[in-house]
Design a protein around this ligand. Structure first.
Ligand code: C2E
Ligand code: MG
Ligand code: MG
Ligand code: MG
Length: 283
């Protein structure tokens, strides 16, 4: 079966791909107009300290509800936004929106709260990325030290020199960096040492494995150990049950995110969740 190959934002395709391409093109147009009409929005998933279940931040996750009310998952439309280059505009909007939400949370009294924002590889490589980041921080007033950008490990594997330089300039803005879905690639210790990252996010797949087999926790353990050796913060993603949370904590992972604590929430629901949670702790 023919496969599409992406180069420099263009698609080269061969015969036999007609249907797939047409569907992608249709979705791309729908996304472009949907974005312009305001069909995109963000959901916020709380991040907690495992020991006390205390929330300290949230990850902004992009959502698209189409005209007919269907929710298209990000794994479906983000690759399309990337191949069309639209992700640069969408990503800038996400950053601004998430920073603005951080400011609303601060206004509600959550001054230590952090906001994690996913950044696509295409967006990250774009020459205007740094200016866009600085402007979003300046315009919204979001304190850089409360903002974290998530890049994926696969991104960390490509063009190491560009990445190292980019990360260094991002760090100079005061924003911190997490490597998302960590453990799926094969970043070496020496390479990681050269990247100015602050946090590793253990991929959900390895959190799920923890309770599976006898050696199920080995990758999670390795990531935690790696983080400790490099002096990086570690967070586990996709934590769905108590047992996973307990094992992670026993292994020395202090932070987590997952359905066990909360699903991604609308802004009002996040505020409600935070205040309820505080009440529970106070009781
Ligand atoms: P991610 O950044 O690794 O985000 C974590 C995904 O896991 C989210 O899926 C979240 O809803 C889901 N999740 C969280 N806790 C659990 C759990 O306990 N169990 C299970 N089964 N899933 C859990 P979502 O929102 O569908 O996002 C998928 C991916 O789309 C994200 O993976 C990220 O790579 C990408 N994405 C989302 N928002 C953005 C964005 O604003 N910009 C970019 N470039 N990518 C985004
Ligand atoms: Mg993420
Ligand atoms: Mg992830
Ligand atoms: Mg992911």
């Amino acid at each position: 079966r023919a496969k599409s190959r992406q180069r420099g934002g263009h698609f080269y395709f061969s015969r036999g791909m007609g249907v797939e391409i047409r569907e992608r093109v249709r979705l791309m147009h729908a996304l472009r107009s949907g974005f312009a009409r305001g069909e995109l929005f963000l959901a916020y998933q709380p991040q907690v300290e495992l020991a006390a279940h205390r929330p300290f931040g949230a990850e902004a996750l992009l959502r698209w509800r189409t005209e007919d009310g269907r929710l298209v998952p990000p794994d479906r439309f983000i690759p399309i936004a990337e191949s069309s280059g639209l992700i640069v505009e969408i990503g800038a909007w996400v950053l601004r929106q998430a920073c603005a939400e951080l400011m609303r949370l601060r206004a509600a009294g959550y001054l230590d709260f952090t906001m994690s924002i996913n950044v696509s590889q295409v967006q990250f490589r774009h020459p205007g990325f740094l200016d866009m980041l600085r402007k979003a921080l300046l315009d919204t007033g979001a304190p850089p030290e409360r903002v974290e950008l998530e890049i994926t490990e696969s991104m960390a594997m490509e063009e190491p020199d560009l990445l190292i330089e980019r990360l260094a300039s991002i760090k100079r803005t005061g924003v911190s960096i997490a490597i998302d879905d960590f453990g799926t690639g094969f970043s070496s210790l020496s390479y990681l040492q050269r990247l100015q990252v602050d946090r590793l996010k253990i991929d959900r797949a390895f959190v799920t494995e923890i309770t599976g087999s006898a050696r199920g926790s080995s990758i999670a353990e390795m990531v935690i150990e790696l983080g400790r050796n490099l002096g990086l913060s570690i967070i586990a993603e996709g934590v769905e049950d108590e047992r996973q949370a307990q094992i992670l904590q026993a292994l020395g992972c202090p932070l987590a995110q997952g359905f066990l604590f909360s699903r991604p929430l609308a802004p009002e629901a996040l505020l409600e969740w935070l205040s309820e949670d505080a009440l529970t702790r106070a009781a």
